[in-house]
Design a protein around this ligand. Sequence first.
Ligand SMILES: NC(=O)c1ccc[n+]([C@@H]2O[C@H](COP(=O)([O-])OP(=O)(O)OC[C@H]3O[C@@H](n4cnc5c(N)ncnc54)[C@H](OP(=O)(O)O)[C@@H]3O)[C@@H](O)[C@H]2O)c1
Length: 251
Amino acid sequence: MTIELERWRGKIALVTGASSGIGRAIAEDFGRLGLKVAVTGRRADALAETAAAIRAAGGEALVLAGDQREAATNRRFFAALVAHWGTVDVLVNNAGTLGGRSLLRDEWEELQSALDLNVRAALICMREAAAAMHGKDPAAIINISSMTGHRVVPGTPAVYAATKHALRILTDGLRSELVQDGQKVKVALLSPGLVDTPWHSKPDGLITQKGAYPYPPLTAADLVSAVRYVLSAPPGVQICDIQLRPSAQPF
Ligand SMILES: NC(=O)c1ccc[n+]([C@@H]2O[C@H](COP(=O)([O-])OP(=O)(O)OC[C@H]3O[C@@H](n4cnc5c(N)ncnc54)[C@H](OP(=O)(O)O)[C@@H]3O)[C@@H](O)[C@H]2O)c1
């Protein structure tokens, strides 16, 4: 392990959406790096599996189960985390939902889900984490956006894309405010294209609908590498914005 990554050993992380896919892979890798990791999601049984993997890898784990579309859930998670381990040094805002495909035809509740989880929950977590990270070095906030947060191609669900655009702007605003406050928190946005995760096996997912990916997708391990890259940057370097496309993704 590099000297830069060693700086994070024993630090306390919160990874949202860690019951599955990208969040689970990042949380498990934090276990390998020797962090204490709080994992969130709605499914306590799936979170218990992530927690077991973190512990098996050498880290410590705390399960926080709840629906982050409820604003109060996010604040409850931070209160529980601080009560358990005293503080937080790393936040990975990863939980996300598609929130429907059509802004005209889908039920309002479906669209509201994406706004509440992808934007409001992420913003509450950023605020809670930034307050806890005041004066800390190292500390990091990493937000998982999407290539749909950078451009919209025909067929992209517009509300989902809008939430990921919002997350991109909020991430840069957070970075700027923290710098102006003299804080040393690393703030990064990771924007993947297509990634092979259970996301695509949901009822409205690509695999469910089409039976196969149109080109070889990224893996969650590719996102893990990007997170390690962000955390590996020397103290004077901010890795702000990483876009990762599968090599064969045409847009
Ligand atoms: N897969 C891709 O192609 C792709 C591409 C670009 C960006 N992304 C982004 O990557 C992130 C992770 O996606 P993934 O592909 O790893 O999907 P995933 O395997 O479906 O994981 C989604 C995670 O979000 C959690 N979550 C969903 N709704 C929640 C809610 N209401 N409250 C709390 N937690 C909730 C899920 O936990 P529970 O089910 O236990 O609640 C799960 O842990 C998302 O932000 C997504 O937008 C994915």
